[in-house]
Design a protein around this ligand. Structure first.
Ligand code: MIG
Length: 693
């Protein structure tokens, strides 16, 4: 059951698809207090209460004990002290002896979540503007709460099936030659690959929807050539549009008044990669329609997927900020006492990017009214995602396209996926990647993943290999790194064959992963779940955060420490350990509920299958197109008969509907023999362990 409570004058955020009447009662669970415009919601916490949610944020799955802030921000250093990163997913789930409910704060502006930070026994959520809807969700279990939340906010985006393949990316890939070389280096070693991302340097002078003709003389020829190799090109699009007369996107945007404006009606100009740039007012439907159609310029060249970046929006500087910096520099040059002037210059320089004051310098139009940017700041990226998705639809309504964004808000999960932004090549960030997956799923984002191998800093071979062993399970499986860092394509390393072998596991699992992704979308379910969601009565499971549930049948527990040759796992029930070296090389170990040490050499990764469940495994393939989903091996530890439902379709039709293209294959196992209720499917049950012992 969901109830809506309104405070101030709520703005339309686009998060919710079902309009509920406003309840006349007082909001339950929370004490409400006002301070100027701000409104706070306070709740006492019992000693063992847990708090889940907040989607894409740092730190643990259980969010209790820290201060978080919904304020989308381009932050490339994901350290423990940070209160927020690129997204605002204002959903909380309270779980404890006397609590089991969810609450969603539908507020497009700044919201602070003090979750037992100021006082360990109290949570206080504060909306700075005080204009918001609060939805309280009461259901018997945490999974049901998330399901009800998705009923409220709409069905999750599902990418084309090829987007579950391995994607290679790097800041610096700029030309046809780069893309073809990457393709070739993978193909010649039989390292699987389905996509190559192009970063900002492919553009002509960082102008969206253009490409440098010297780097890419013929875009269509490039996408065709890659397509023949079953590889897709995935270009980046940034939020800022270069201010340059004669550049079509700018000229049209300027003439039609599509850019966000200052108080005086002139275009707001901020500095990003292209230099002085304008920012489309994505909150307006006509602007989204126009910007969405701009994507056709690349779609018509054979592009089928994009990543949208810098859409918090990131601002390197404003014209005012730049002027202040210049003045401070001049002062330093002119003055005799360099120290204070230098400190001042440093301070101004440090505050130049993403400065809160700059977000008060421009306006949007929302519901026909002028709103200052900071009041709706967290919507910008989500509305850019919507613009792109609408553009894909206006190009080809029958086709699914790949889209993932850096910034997001609840609602964007209907139109695209997200990547987890600029992580670092640190071991702790494998764990961060893992912990963020279920939290993102709670908020509705199913297609997600982190930069495998780490974005900033120089990586190491073993870090890439261990990280790929987690990436095998994340729907977005992309190796990405920053300019000037150590190159980290799989083929660069002495252990590249181990990396290739691990990638074969991914392709073997794609029928299962795709099926679970589709199932989660169709049933408003979660593909990744904290153990606390599945084993709420098991206190050990509730406190385990370095293992997560994956789909109906599996649990994953990656190694995330350098030089470790295994790890501790807690099994909340009997499970089959599949210790994998490749799609064809693995061993099966029956394990009982409880604590275990699992040996895992550097080239080995674990997958746990719940007793009584089976997982389909395909033969190794080098691209998604070549996966043979008609011949599946079943892995599992079965006591008796079991049934598994596999969802499949052509992988690119827009219709995601059981009555239309999508089909469910029922696989029944009876007395060790597998039968499929589908023509042309061959099942090999020789890897099933049947028996009660
Ligand atoms: O200011 O396009 O998160 O993935 O490689 C950095 C360059 C801009 C940030 C993205 C990152 C991308 C980078 N971008």
């Amino acid at each position: 059951m969901i109830k809506r409570y309104a405070f101030g004058t709520p703005l339309t955020t686009g998060a919710v698809v079902e309009q509920l009447p406003v309840s006349a009662e007082a909001v339950p669970y929370f004490g409400v207090s006002h301070d100027g415009d701000a409104v706070s919601f306070t709740i006492a916490l019992d000693k063992d209460d847990m708090i889940f949610g907040l989607g894409e944020t740092l730190r643990g799955i259980n969010k209790r004990g820290h201060l978080y802030r919904a304020w989308n921000m381009d932050d490339f250093s994901h350290t423990e002290n940070k209160n927020g990163i690129y997204a605002s997913h204002n959903l909380l789930l309270f779980a404890g002896e006397a609590k089991c409910f969810g609450v969603y704060f539908d507020d497009p502006g700044e919201v602070e979540f003090d979750l037992g930070y100021t006082r360990m026994d109290t949570a206080v959520i504060t909306s700075k503007n005080g204009d918001l809807d609060v939805y309280v969700i009461e259901e018997p279990t945490l999974i049901d709460i998330c399901r009800a939340f998705r009923g409220l906010t709409g069905r999750s985006y599902v990418p084309p099936k090829w987007a579950l393949g391995y994607i290679q990316s790097r800041w610096g890939y700029a030309s046809s030659a780069d893309a073809l070389r990457i393709a070739d280096e993978h193909r010649k070693r039989h390292i699987p690959l389905d996509g190559i991302c192009m970063d900002i340097d492919y553009m002509d002078d960082y102008m969206d929807f253009t490409w440098g003709k010297s780097q890419i003389p013929d875009m269509k020829a490039l996408t065709d050539e890659l397509h023949d190799k079953h590889i897709r090109l995935i270009p980046i699009i940034d939020a800022g549009v270069k201010l340059k007369e004669g550049y079509e996107t700018y000229d049209v945007g300027h003439e039609k008044g599509y850019f966000s404006k200052r108080e005086d009606g002139s275009d707001f100009v901020g500095g990003v990669w292209p230099g002085p740039s304008c920012f489309p007012d994505f909150l307006r439907a006509d602007v989204r329609e126009w910007f969405g159609r701009e994507y056709h310029k690349l779609l018509s060249q054979g592009v089928e997927g994009f990543w949208n970046d810098m859409n918090e929006p990131a601002l390197f500087y404003s014209m005012e900020g730049l002027q202040a910096l210049k003045d401070a520099a001049k002062k330093l040059l002119d003055e005799d006492a360099p120290l204070p002037a230098f400190e001042n210059l440093k301070h101004i320089g440090g505050a130049l990017a993403n400065n809160p004051e700059d977000y008060m310098r421009f306006y949007h139009e929302l519901d026909g009214k002028k709103v200052r940017h900071d009041k709706v700041h967290n919507l910008y990226g989500a509305h850019m995602t919507q613009a792109a998705a609408e553009g894909f639809k206006s190009c080809d309504p029958d086709k699914r396209f790949l889209l993932f964004s850096r910034s997001s808000f609840v609602g964007a999960h209907r139109n695209g996926g997200v990547w987890q932004g600029d992580n670092s090549s640190w071991w702790s960030h494998i764990l961060l990647n893992l912990k963020m997956m279920p939290s993102l799923n709670m908020a509705g984002f199913l297609y997600c993943g982190a930069d495998l191998g780490g974005f900033s800093c120089d990586t190491t071979e073993d870090l890439v290999l261990r990280w790929l062993q987690l990436g095998v399970f994340t729907p977005l499986m992309r190796n990405h790194s920053a300019l000037h860092t150590r190159e980290q394509e799989a083929y660069r390393f002495s252990c590249w064959e181990d990396m290739r072998n691990i990638l074969t596991v991914r392709y073997a699992l794609i029928p299962y992963l795709y099926s679970e992704l589709v199932k989660a979308a169709l049933t408003d379910g979660m593909m990744f779940r904290p153990l606390a969601f599945d084993y709420a009565a098991d206190p050990m499971a509730c406190r385990t955060e370095d293992q997560v549930m994956l789909g109906d049948a599996c649990m994953i527990a990656p190694v995330y420490e350098q030089n470790a040759r295994g790890r501790h796992v807690y099994l909340p029930e009997d499970m089959l350990l599949v210790r994998l070296r490749s799609a064809a090389d693995f061993d099966l170990v029956k394990m009982s509920k409880g604590h275990h040490w699992i040996d895992l050499e550097l080239n080995e990764m674990p997958l746990f299958i719940r007793r009584g469940h089976a997982v389909p495994f395909a033969a190794a393939a080098e691209c998604v197109d070549e996966i043979d989903a008609t011949k599946l091996t079943l892995l599992g530890w079965l006591d008796g008969d079991t049934t598994l439902n596999l969802y499949d379709d052509d992988g690119y039709s827009a219709e995601l509907d059981l009555a239309n293209g999508l089909h469910e294959i029922k696989v029944c196992v009876r007395g060790g023999k597998a039968e499929a209720a589908a023509d042309g499917l061959t099942l090999d049950a020789s890897r099933l362990i049947i028996g009660k012992d």
